[in-house]
Design a protein around this ligand. Structure first.
Ligand SMILES: C[S@@+](CC[C@H](N)C(=O)[O-])C[C@H]1O[C@@H](n2cnc3c(N)ncnc32)[C@H](O)[C@@H]1O
Length: 269
């Protein structure tokens, strides 16, 4: 059975600057000069896709996402109708539906939500135009306290079975996983990892900024299960307390280390 995680564009937009840094770092390694066709897979609420349109003003740019609420936010951000926003699940999406071969495919902070994504990368690379580029970025932080505490507290909740199943998200690869895969597909590959030390909430406006961060992303599959306030509190209260201990406030703000995995492939034919 396919489950769909709900997305809240305004909660996701709260740490826009921190979330755009890995996208910028990814795209800076994509060497396309004047691509005609650029696709952003898992475009979310759109600000990053619009950066692609700014970088390549001559390109046709398409943003694909499965969440109608994210696409609605993206459309309202795109005042000049610069991007074609398309609703599709990446597991079903056919690059041929674009009507032309893409020169650049970018996917950032998305494939961790897509079961079997390693099997999708091959057809995407095959679909690239000659001299095309594919850039992908996934979080590599599933063993960080933000996520291990989530699993630990879920395991002690009265609905432990459902909660732990909801947190069983598709695993992501290491840099070498993507490097080997993309080399096998005939590409020149640049793969790496970066741990960002995000400084959250330097102005001390938010009691628990790490909770606010994960509430917009990794915690959503669990939050979607709670209809009852007591049920929700039985998870969120101990989780919030554990996060506050794991990520104490410093004089600069709350330091939130975040590891990410990157790979950029260039298909030269
Ligand atoms: C964390 S957001 C990333 C948004 C943007 N790429 C960024 O870097 O900020 C993940 C996005 O992936 C989308 N997504 C998750 N699973 C998907 C799937 N199977 N098909 C299409 N989009 C999916 C979600 O709807 C969400 O908008």
């Amino acid at each position: 059975m396919r489950t769909t995680v709900s997305w809240d564009p305004s909660a996701y937009g709260q740490f826009a600057q921190e979330r755009s840094r890995p996208f910028d770092d990814l795209v800076s390694r994509v060497g396309a000069d004047e691509p005609g066709m650029v696709v952003d897979l898992g475009c979310g609420n759109g600000p990053m896709t619009l950066l692609l349109a700014e970088r390549w003003p001559q390109a046709r740019v398409v943003g694909i996402d499965s969440s109608e609420s994210m696409l609605e936010a993206a459309r309202s951000l795109d005042a000049r109708d610069r991007v074609e926003w398309v609703q599709a699940d990446l597991r079903d999406w056919d690059p041929a539906s674009l009507g032309e071969a893409p020169d650049v495919i970018v996917t950032s902070s998305t494939l961790q939500w897509v079961p079997g994504h390693l099997d999708l990368v091959g057809p995407w690379v095959e679909a690239l135009a000659d001299d095309g580029w594919l850039g992908l970025q996934v979080p590599g932080n599933f063993d960080a306290p933000s996520h291990s505490l989530m699993r630990e507290i879920a395991a002690g909740h009265p609905r432990a079975g459902e909660l732990t199943a909801a947190l069983d998200v598709p695993s992501v690869g290491e840099p070498a996983t993507y490097l080997r895969l993309l080399v096998r597909l005939g590409c020149a590959v640049d793969a790496w990892e970066t741990t960002y030390l995000h400084i959250l909430d330097p102005d001390a406006q938010d009691e628990n900024p790490v909770l606010s961060w994960v509430t917009a992303t990794g915690l959503r599959p669990v939050l979607d299960l709670f209809e009852d306030d007591d049920d929700r509190a039985a998870f969120v209260d101990p989780y919030a307390a554990a996060l506050a201990e794991a990520y104490p406030r410093s004089s600069a703000g709350v330091i939130f280390p975040f590891r990410r995995v990157f790979a950029v492939a260039h298909r030269v034919r």
